[in-house]
Design a protein around this ligand. Structure first.
Ligand code: EPZ
Length: 426
């Protein structure tokens, strides 16, 4: 088990290359199931979850080839070919390690006519139900059975007719599963109150490149005209807007100036507006976003919301930044029921944060002090790293497997901009 040792106080200065988006890659990879032709993804981040998904695809008989990129490069290329599907089952021991495996349900059902996927179960931030995934597929004509902890979905004779589904709650994953099932349905499907996250747009753009017919891309109302078959494609994964936002908070809390190379400002405007309200200077062009501290950090009130609102995946990182603001901030988490697990760990570093239900009151402090802290989920871990970069003294962050799921070579990227951080064997 590794741990990170961070000596706080260095101002971060320089350029950080931003990797391909984890949450786009995790929905683009299963699309290989939708065609017998090769699907090649470029700019894939090197993350534990991506390796896990590659292994899961191999379970189905999908051949995968990681094309050479030099070890010092960030990102890589993976070609997948689902000529023959040898299994339609996503087993418990793989799904329990990576909940995003549920995203094979829609494409496997569409391609093979049936799919059996272990229920993903909850995780640290909430119980993460999948009822909307299942209701959307049923609206398209699929039959769904739940038994022994597995979801079994299968098409009626003659294939799925397609249909309409109105999401009572905006759900990224359910929208993705619905899209990947509808593209091969016999008729037209319409989704209302669908998620509009940039990762959904990336999925729609790639599906269209594979021959799908989708209208309303980028809006809450999507119309998908089913086609007989999809062809292969080569597609570049969008840049990771949450990774970029996380490093922006790291630059800001250290009083530094960092260029986030490859970041796309349009995907992260809510985060940019939050940083500007906190007093951070943000500039951008077509190829990067540059963040520069600009005096004292101001307190702000923030509420997470579905895109284009402020991403729940940015809440913990912004809270770490606001722990050093001059005044009191109020953060409301509206998406997940238990996404404040970073609070007690930040408190051990001297932060003054009180929580009431889904609201956190953050009273800024003059200084944070290094401590031994423990990660509990992916973004909570990052908030501890951000606090550690500004804290006086040494911070040790354990349970790095959380971080390694979502941040490609984190310590190397932070070392590029002068952070005193190293990964050691625990
Ligand atoms: C995706 O999770 C992301 N994961 C999450 O990122 C992100 O926090 C979340 O979207 C919200 O933006 C991936 O893309 C792999 P949801 P997902 O379905 O799809 C409720 C990270 O840190 N809901 O949009 O699981 C659910 O309980 C991760 O990178 C239902 O009630 O999120 C939640 O309250 C964490 N029924 C809300 O919807 C369902 O069937 C939003 O969940 C599905 C969801």
């Amino acid at each position: 088990m590794d741990k990170l040792i961070i000596k706080g106080g260095n101002r971060l200065k320089g350029t950080i290359p931003i990797s391909g988006a984890k949450n786009a890659a995790l929905t683009l990879i299963p699309c290989a199931l939708l065609t017998e032709e090769p699907l090649t993804l470029r700019n894939l981040p090197r993350l534990a979850d991506i390796d896990g998904f590659q292994h899961l695809m191999n379970q189905f008989g999908v051949t995968t080839v990681i094309q050479g990129t030099r070890p010092e490069d960030f990102g890589r290329v993976m070609s997948m070919e689902a000529t023959r599907i040898t299994s339609t089952i996503a087993p418990y021991d793989l799904v329990r390690k990576m909940r995003a495996s549920i995203l094979v349900l829609g494409p496997m059902l569409a391609r093979a006519g049936e799919a059996t996927v272990s229920m993903p179960g909850g995780c640290a931030i909430g119980n993460r139900p999948i009822d909307l995934h299942l209701k959307a597929l049923e609206a398209f004509g699929a039959h769904i059975e739940l038994a022994a902890g597995y979801v079994k979905a299968y098409q009626p004779d003659g294939g799925m007719p397609g249909g309409d589904f109105d999401f009572p709650v905006v759900s990224v994953g359910a929208t993705e599963n619905a899209l990947m099932a509808a593209v091969l349905a016999n008729g037209t499907s319409r989704l209302f109150n669908a998620a509009r996250e940039p990762e959904i747009v990336d999925l729609c753009n790639m599906l269209v490149a594979m021959g799908a017919e989708i209208e309303g891309i980028g809006t809450s109302n999507l119309t998908i005209h089913g086609v007989k078959r999809l062809h292969g494609a080569t597609y570049r994964v969008m840049p990771d807007r949450i990774e970029a936002g996380s490093y922006a908070c790291a630059a800001a809390i250290t009083g530094g100036e960092v260029r986030l190379e490859g970041a796309k400002a349009d995907d992260m405007m809510a985060t940019i507006h939050a940083l500007q309200a906190i007093g951070i200077h943000v500039d951008w062009d077509a190829k990067s976003v540059t963040v520069a501290a600009n005096g004292a950090l101001k307190p702000v009130d923030l509420t997470t919301a579905p895109y284009p609102g402020l991403a729940t995946d940015m809440q913990a990182q912004l809270m770490a930044l606001l722990a050093r603001a001059e005044g009191t901030s109020v953060l409301k988490e509206t998406i997940f029921e238990n996404r404040f697990m970073h609070v007690p760990e930040l408190a051990r570093m001297g932060a003054h944060i009180a929580t009431e239900g889904r609201t956190a009151i953050v009273k800024g402090v003059e200084r944070l002090t290094g401590a031994e802290v423990m990660a509990t989920d992916l973004r909570a871990s990052m908030s501890l790293v951000i606090a550690g970069l500004a804290a006086e003294g040494e911070t040790t962050v354990r349970r790095l497997y959380h971080l390694d799921r979502g941040y490609e070579r984190l310590e190397e990227k932070l070392q590029l901009v002068g952070a005193d951080i190293e990964r050691v064997d625990d």
